[in-house]
Ligand binder design. Structure first.
Ligand code: UD1
Ligand code: CA
Length: 464
């Protein structure tokens, strides 16, 4: 069997990004560039054990990220960044026992599995095959020099004026026959304008040694390398457009694609409607027929079917089950769960709370570390006083409770099933089931008080 491994080069400084964050960790939409590259390689069918990421500049951050997110992918080190040729050579111990080696620049977030599969399929046809594209503006890309039956690459900085006119350029993706690469890799030199070891010189050396080289032409839009903040934002724009187009083709309604952002890890269903100015990130999932209102921002939100999210809801790391409703203007976060048909309304914040089936928190409330049973109604302005300055304490409210407006639950607090609290109560003791908890001062009226305090004036201005 023909064995193949993939080396992702990610050790470069990425000087042109002008950032303390390594280039491959810069985000396209909400994911670092390297995530797209690794996912692409995995989607093309390469097992994670056969993939290595070459770390160097800022490598500790790259290593930590890759280890956390792709635990089976190997991390290799290039301690000094002497160029892409030196990079491939530094990783020799990793690739030398395979039949074929794919080398990928780490800055290609837009490349698709089909294109990579194309490269993998051509493994063994030549001693080296390189992916090229016709660049509208070839800029500083390496130029492809085609011979009768061979291909070589000249770097822009070393190219003659005539060579710089060539529009076919090197994308930075290669497949090598390992035995052939082993024969030339030690002959690479840094005799060039940048004094770097270029992997691109391997093709020339192979041609000189009578080996075969070839090129696969791929679409330009997939092969854009990210070298600057401007190219990073362009990559995000292209990725955003592609993700939206894909979801619309799957039956998602997007009223105004110009204003909607959906991350690459999000999953939507048929008949989801997304209103203008919505952002959906992380591992969010949205079920059939749900509506996401304008201005809402969802991150790692698990949304069931026929959920109605009105305008300006912010939902993070939380779950809304079927037929739940939220917003406008609410903040739902930290593992909150709304069971089926539950409702979080206007100016409501829910934190680490469980809202039972059909329960409603309609207006101006904060529920933190609270568990509500089913069919509870929380009156406007009710709040859990869950933090005593040291600890976060729990509030537990049973089924079918009716909580009067502006009830304060001094947690830990507990209300039994079918209980009621009087409006304005400060609840400091357990309210037993079926009872009314009243925790407020009794009203008293002081007769004639206004007359004695000169508050009876018909005019309200200018009097002291
Ligand atoms: C490289 C190619 C160029 C091609 C272009 C496509 C070479 C010599 N040139 O140029 O022909 O058109 O990519 O985008 O290869 N890296 C390391 N270690 C190093 C140097 C680089 O790991 O010592 C990594 C970088 O992190 C990056 C990749 O290699 O992911 C490419 O490096 P970069 O500096 O972007 O190469 P270019 O100059 O763009
Ligand atoms: Ca590059």
């Amino acid at each position: 069997m023909n064995t193949l491994c993939v080396l992702i080069m990610a050790a470069g400084k990425g000087t042109r990004m002008k950032s303390a964050v390594p280039k491959v960790l810069q985000p396209v939409l909400d994911s670092p560039i390297i995530d797209y590259v690794i996912r692409n390689v995995q989607s093309a069918g390469v097992p994670p054990e056969n993939i290595a990421v070459l770390a160097g500049s800022g490598g500790e951050k790259v290593e930590a990220h890759v280890t956390d997110n792709f635990p089976h992918v190997k991390i290799l080190w290039q301690h000094e960044q002497l160029g892409t040729g030196h990079a491939v050579k530094s990783a020799k111990d990793f690739w030398k026992d395979y039949d074929s080696l794919v080398v990928l620049n780490g800055d290609l977030p837009l490349m698709k599995p089909d294109s990579l599969r194309g490269l993998i399929t051509s493994a063994g046809e030549n001693d080296c095959t390189v992916i090229t594209f016709e660049a509208e503006n070839p800029g500083a890309y390496g130029r492809i020099i085609r011979g009768k039956s061979s291909v070589s690459i000249v770097e822009y900085k070393d190219a003659s004026p005539e060579q710089r006119e060539i529009h076919e350029v090197n994308a930075g993706c290669y497949v090598f026959r390992v035995q052939s690469l082993l024969q030339v890799i030690d002959s690479l030199t840094d005799n060039n304008s940048q004094h770097e070891y270029y992997i691109t010189d391997a093709l020339g050396l192979m041609n000189d040694a009578g080996m075969s080289t070839g090129a696969l032409v791929m679409p330009e839009r997939e092969m854009q390398g990210v070298n600057s903040q401007a190219e990073l934002s362009q990559a995000s724009r292209d990725m955003r457009r592609e993700i939206l187009t894909r979801w619309m083709s799957e039956g998602v309604r997007i009223a105004d694609p110009e204003t909607v952002y959906i991350g690459v890890g999000v999953e939507l269903s048929q008949d989801v409607s997304i209103m203008p100015n919505v952002q959906i990130w992380g591992k969010s999932r949205i079920g059939r027929g749900s509506v996401i209102g304008s201005g809402s921002i969802l991150t790692n939100a698990e949304i069931g079917a026929n959920v109605n999210i009105a305008a300006y809801a912010v939902i993070e790391n939380s779950t809304l089950h079927d037929n739940a409703k939220a917003g406008p203007f609410c903040y739902i976060r930290d593992n909150t769960v709304l069971e089926a048909g539950a409702f979080a309304g206007k100016f409501v914040e829910l934190k680490n709370s469980h809202i039972g089936e059909g329960s409603k928190v309609p207006h101006l409330s904060y529920m933190g570390d609270a568990t509500l049973g089913h069919d509870v109604n929380i009156g406007a302005g009710s709040i859990t006083c869950n933090y005593d300055g040291v600890n976060k304490n729990k509030t537990v409210i049973g089924d079918n409770c009716f909580i009067g407006s502006s009830t304060m639950f001094v947690a830990p607090a507990e209300v039994g099933d079918n209980a009621t609290t009087a409006a304005g109560s400060v609840i400091t003791q357990r309210v037993p089931e079926n009872s009314l908890g009243v925790g407020r001062a009794r009203q008293k009226n002081i007769e004639g008080w206004s007359l004695r305090n000169h508050h009876h004036m018909t005019t309200t201005e200018g009097e002291k």
